[in-house]
Unconditional design. Structure first.
Lengths: 330, 330
């Protein structure tokens, strides 16, 4: 099974990239938007991403290997890179993009619908209910949700076997990894078809064979970030030393507090809140096997910084102070 | 307070490096060894590390910045690097090294004793008891233990205020970060003196202001490694995809399964065992705040690999297969 017609529902920062990346690789792409106002917000994003694609392609000319930071693996194979051809692709993807307000018209004959709307459960549920009767039998529908479990919308899609998650990061032409995650009723045929589609738009698909909150990356990132915060909350050491232990010991570019500052401390607080609630549903057996963290102390630390307006890198200060380029001021 | 005379107890892989690094920076160093046999094992290590220092210094000539992988921050300041002077220091450190079997003679007039013996609690306790009455009043004693809590030996040292931990990684001339950790009775004067000593041998000291199992690095490393193993144990995904999610999402060089293979799967099993036991001592309040992991599944996964002889990189195969250079065969 091969997809031809793809609909992206939502024209935000991620939706626009997904649409452009998909069109770049030759798929017939329509972005469905809810209102004229949404079109007015989406078109400038597409224009901006077209420019970013063209600049990235220009930069790729100087890449000496696939590991060169200038190389964008989502845009070409290293051995057969042709900058002019790539630039033509990017322009065509941008110029041929269809923006559509009529949902029935948008999804008529769609092979794949990619839901990429705001992370608001009610809005997503409404969309799935509305689109369900309009899609042809063959259509597979995926959600790009990061923080909501796909299974909570399965019944709304009315096609449990053809519904799963396809989760993109930002700057997908460069960071071309995507998590493909089933829910309990997804058919293997749908799973395989979406894995194939991901490879078709030059993404490296990471298969997630059972539903898991946080997929693969956040499932590792959150316990690690909380382990660092726990050290601070318990007065063991300071953010800079905790980060240095990590970067020096593992060769990674950032420690937990640099990542907290990158995602923002308000988001960090939400993460701690979520983790504090989840264990409540654990069985006694599971609870016995748990890891002790000082969540109360963690929240107190974050609240102190938030109260002082130290919200992270975007605010110029979080656990570290930043200059206008986002570099840490030591 | 400034140290002059330093004794390293134990001439293993770490003890030899610590002794050489300390002598390199001009301290008067004695290695105390338990037997003639220990001397026979220690001297070749010192000879080997002298060669490694000399080769590192030769390589540093080509370093274009402090971030150059060839630069060894433990051996010189970048702005005033003089290769000949450094090489002379390394040779002198090696040639002047004193190896001593008589413990009383070794620690007479010592400012600092660095315990760097095997990670066997009884042997360490015996050593602390034996050395306690022999040390002068002024001597501070530190343990380099990674896995045992310093406080379990406090009473054996008979000088609780002058006893703490100074924890080194391997290849300290290159990875020049050290964790300096107090136990509850360590005086601030001793803490500050050891921080100053660490800076004196060109290590970046990371202060650990309360005793914590795993210090700063392992406190972050273990929850992260277990979060990856938990994904595999629960059938969420495969080692390669879990690693790829991490390396691609964070820019780190290795994912959890590459680290498992590096430390070895037998060590990994010990880590899981330790974590399974620790929560048993948690209070009900702590337990309520815990994180659910499938420890039984994790151990089953590790046991399967161990039973098949896939013990990690050193065995040629673990979660990945390795060639003779330790590179993963894809």
């Amino acid at each position: 099974m091969s997809f031809k017609k793809v609909v992206v529902a939502g024209g935000g920062v991620l939706g626009s990239q997904i649409a452009l990346q998909t069109a770049y690789w030759g798929y017939d792409v329509t972005i469905w938007l809810r209102s004229e106002g949404s079109i007015g917000r989406c078109q400038p994003k597409l224009d901006k991403f077209e420019q970013q694609y063209l600049e990235a392609i220009e930069g790729m000319k100087g890449a000496t290997s696939e590991n060169d930071p200038a190389w964008c693996p989502g845009l070409a194979d290293f051995d057969s890179f042709d900058a002019d051809e790539c630039a033509a692709r990017a322009r065509k993807a941008h110029d041929d993009m269809k923006l559509e307000l009529d949902l029935g018209k948008a999804v008529a004959d769609a092979d794949l619908v990619i839901e990429s709307m705001a992370e608001v459960a009610d809005q997503k549920a409404d969309f799935f209910k509305k689109v369900a009767p309009l899609m042809p039998e063959k259509t597979i529908i995926v959600t790009n949700s990061s923080s909501l479990l796909p299974s909570q919308f399965t019944k709304d899609t009315d096609r449990p076997d053809r519904y799963l998650a396809l989760h993109f990061a930002n700057s997908i032409w460069k960071h071309n990894v995507t998590e493909v995650m089933v829910q309990s009723e997804t058919s293997d045929a749908s799973f395989q078809a979406v894995l194939e589609f991901a490879r078709g738009i030059h993404m490296q698909p990471l298969p997630v064979k059972k539903e898991k909150a946080g997929y693969l990356l956040n499932s590792q990132l959150v316990p690690w970030m909380l382990s660092g915060l726990d050290l601070l909350a318990n007065g063991i050491s300071d953010p800079e030393s905790i980060d240095k232990a990590w970067t020096s010991g593992t060769g990674a570019p950032k420690g937990p507090f640099q990542v907290f500052d990158t995602v923002g401390l308000t988001t960090a607080m939400n993460i701690v809140d979520q983790y504090q609630k989840v264990p409540g549903i654990a069985t006694p057996l599971l609870r016995k096997m748990m890891l002790p963290y000082n969540f109360k102390g963690m929240k107190a630390v974050l609240q102190k910084y938030i109260d002082e307006g130290k919200l992270g890198m975007a605010a110029g200060e979080g656990f570290y102070k930043y200059d206008e380029n986002g570099d840490i001021i030591r």
